[in-house]
Each structure stands twice: as C-alpha cells, then as structure tokens.
Design a protein around this ligand. Structure first.
Ligand code: ADP
Length: 204
C-alpha cells in the first residue's frame, strides 16, 4: 500500500497516518519529522533547513526529494508506506513520480483531507496547549506568525497538487472536519476499494 496524504497543516494527516501504520504495518514517512530529526542531529541538511522551517517556509525541493528517495529504499518500506507532508509542491510531485517509476513502484491512492481554516487555527492552538500541559516542547514553528506563513505556503504551493493528482485519476477527497474515527473509517473504505480493484486486475 503506497499512499500520499494531502492537506493543510493541522488537517489530521499525521494522526491518520499513525493509525494506518498500526493497522497495515507500513511506515509513516513524515518529511516534517525527518527534517526535525536532521535539525536536532545538527546535520548539514538540518542546519540548512532550520531557519526556513522556523519561519514557516518550505525547505528546498532538492533536499526533501533526496531525503524521501533514500528513505523509501529502506527495507521497512518494501510492503508500502504513507507519505505525510510530501510532496508539497508540483515539482516535488513530479520528482516523486519519476523516482517511483525508476524504482518500479505504483502509487495506490492520494487522499486529501479537506478542512476549513478557522478550525485549523484552533487545532494548532490546542496542539500547543496539549503539548505544554504534557510537559513537552512546543515545535518552534507552532506560533501564530509561522502558522500563518505555513497556511499561505500551503495555499500557494501545495493546494495545486489536488488538481495535479486529480488529473492523474489518483485523488480522493475526504471531509477532514468529521470526527477522527469517522475520517479513519472513510480512509479504510478507500483503501479496501483500492485493494479489491488491484486484486481483480491481478486475477483477470
Ligand atoms: P505541518 O504540521 O505544518 O504540516 P510538517 O511537520 O509536515 O508540518 O512540516 C514542518 C515544516 O517542515 C514545514 O513547514 C516545512 O518547513 C518543512 N517541510 C516538511 N515537508 C516538506 C516538504 N515536502 N517540502 C518542503 N518543506 C517541507
């Protein structure tokens, strides 16, 4: 199962990806998590990415394309993976397409979670409050200014991916405003349909 989750920051991509990871035994590949790990390791990539991330901007396509390309070659991705936060630009989607073609891998579905922006701001405020209450460290880009920038980057650079994947016939749009369990059930229905059609093709 190879999946892409699309949707603005706070749409619930990470939450849903984690649930699918448990159920299907395939890893969640979050470029945000990978980049934050690079920042905390103090690696060269991390040093280049930190300032852009803190300000809510997008890290360069070359860096994230490279990180993902290497990651999906690892053994735990053999059965599939869930991409969360990548691709985020049309050039990244094109690079991913070429990369998967070179590796002989097909995408199964692109799932977009639709949510309204008011709700997103509230969700991020809750995420910060919950992190503080649990004694955790708040992400350095979870502040109002960076969040606004992340949303505007999304609108400008990532939202066009819906049309891109729709054109390829891969896109399914789901209501990300529904309760998290309802969203999970809707995703599972999409994946089951996908699996059924893949097995009927295999049997024909
Ligand atoms: P969000 O909750 O905003 O979706 P992520 O954890 O997915 O956050 O990403 C955090 C930051 O990491 C982004 O704002 C961006 O700076 C960087 N980043 C993550 N994925 C990508 C990507 N595919 N391309 C460019 N930058 C990325």
């Amino acid at each position: 199962m190879r999946l892409i989750f699309l949707g603005p920051p706070g749409a619930g991509k990470g939450t849903q990806a984690k649930r699918l990871t448990d159920k299907y035994g395939i890893p969640q590949l979050s470029t945000g998590d990978m980049l934050r790990a690079a920042v905390s390791d103090g690696s060269e990539i991390g040093k280049r990415a930190k300032e852009v991330m803190d300000a809510g901007g997008l890290v360069s396509d070359d860096i994230v394309n490279q990180i993902v390309s290497e990651r999906i070659e690892q053994a735990d991705c053999a059965k599939g993976f869930i991409l969360d936060g990548y691709p985020r630009t049309v050039p990244q989607a094109k690079a991913l397409g070429e990369n998967l073609r070179d590796k002989g891998i097909d995408l199964d579905a692109v799932i977009e979670l639709k949510v309204d922006e008011e709700a997103l701001v509230r969700r991020i405020e809750n995420r910060v409050a919950e992190t503080v209450a649990a004694g955790g460290t708040v992400r350095s880009d979870d502040n109002p200014e960076s969040f606004r920038k992340r949303l505007s980057e999304y609108r400008e650079k990532t939202a066009p991916l819906s049309e891109y994947y729709q054109g390829q016939g891969d896109l399914v749009v789901l209501d990300g405003m529904a309760h998290v369990d309802v969203v999970t059930a809707a995703i599972e229905r999409v994946l089951e349909k996908e699996r059924d059609s893949a097995s009927s093709v295999a049997h024909n």
